[in-house]
Design a protein around this ligand. Structure first.
Ligand code: UFG
Length: 329
């Protein structure tokens, strides 16, 4: 065991989970990755042991908890594509909600240590106004967002029933990559905007813009992009917050600045120095027009603010990863 203790990281072979593991190790914790590798990558697990297991397998999860005795749990393992969730809702409810219930039961039996949950701004749905704070009505417009909201409800119930301390970190659009290039964003297939555009710039392929008739200045959707390392920092702060008795709640993690799809395209072209061909396709079902977050709560409760979330920097880190590192991992 390391100085600060073991932390169980479900989905630690995935994009955000692996970046959090690197940060946990740097902060003196030992990340224990529990991942079924259905969407994560063995090569992204570099800072602690990997237990290849499914969170829905209660017996395996109990055995891992008993063996490592974690002082906290960070729960990332979930399917995360809005579009896919609209096509395959049952897959999202069984993996993101059903399997999480099994994990939660085992964690409660293990003594209910602090639980940091990877939630999403998708729980807000189409915002009544932006930026959205945590008290904005929770009205998700796609199964992905609903699956994450149901877990937040489960956590609140578990807190009432068993005293489980929890924080749900509601990410806006996670982007960027480890600036050292040790890990980065890897999805197969890739559905996220920044990696799609960066890869198109590298390969000379065409990017589809999903709808240019939204009620926004240039007609394309506006999102709030936040660097994955800023997200990673917030997880460690959240663990410490819960360890010192902080109140369980949802907390936004955002950069509080919105960029349209076209603005992201222009930024990638500028950073990469290459033009990117585009075509306009129909809207993608489940997409809100604008999502921008307010982060006063993260500042107040966690002492967190984004440090690396300038859009150009996020694109630069992604470009560095795709150009120099991904082909070799
Ligand atoms: N987009 C395109 N073309 C593409 C890919 C995306 O036009 O090839 C558009 C989307 O329609 C959307 C925007 O780019 O308007 C961003 O799309 P992403 O797929 O990158 O991200 P989402 O906003 O759909 O979702 C992300 C995370 C979710 C999270 C959400 C919260 O994947 O987990 O941000 O803001 F819930």
């Amino acid at each position: 065991m390391s100085d600060a203790g073991n932390v169980l990281v479900t989905g630690g072979a995935g994009f955000i989970g692996s970046h959090v593991c690197k940060r946990l190790a740097a902060a003196g914790y030992q990340p224990i990755v529990l991942d079924n590798l259905s969407r994560g990558f063995r090569s992204s697990v570099k800072w602690g042991p990997l237990e290849v297991a499914d969170i829905g397998d209660g017996a395996r999860v109990r055995e891992i908890l008993n063996r490592y005795r974690p002082i906290g749990v960070m729960h990332f393992s979930a399917f995360t594509s809005v579009g896919e969730s609209v096509q395959q809702p049952a897959l999202y409810y069984s993996n993101n909600v059903g399997a999480t219930a099994v994990l939660l039961q085992a964690v409660i039996e293990h003594g209910a240590p602090p639980f940091v949950f990877s939630s999403t701004a998708a729980i807000y749905g189409n915002p009544a106004s932006v930026p959205v704070d945590e008290d904005h009505p929770h009205r998700p417009i796609n199964p992905y967002g609903r699956s994450k909201l149901y877990v937040e409800h489960m956590l609140a119930d578990a807190n009432q029933a068993s005293g489980l301390p929890w924080v749900a970190l509601r990410y806006f659009n996670a982007a960027g990559c480890d600036p050292d290039g040790e890990i980065g964003e890897r999805h197969d297939p890739e559905t996220h905007l920044i990696p799609i555009i960066v890869r198109a710039a590298l390969k000379g392929s065409t990017v589809s813009i999903f709808g240019d008739d939204y009620d926004t200045p240039d007609g394309t959707c506006i999102r709030d992009y936040i660097h994955v390392n800023d997200l990673a920092d917030a997880h460690i702060l959240a663990l410490k917050y819960l360890a010192r008795g902080g109140k369980s709640c949802g907390i936004n993690l955002a950069n509080s600045k919105g960029f349209s799809v076209r603005e992201v395209l222009a930024t990638v072209e500028r950073v990469c120095g290459r033009p990117v061909a585009v075509k306009i396709d129909p809207r993608r079902p489940g997409d809100p027009a604008v999502l921008i977050g307010k982060t006063e709560r993260a500042k107040e409760l966690l002492g967190w603010s984004p440090k690396r979330s300038d859009l150009e920097l996020q694109v630069r880190d992604a470009w560095n990863w795709y150009e120099n590192f991904l082909p070799s991992v």
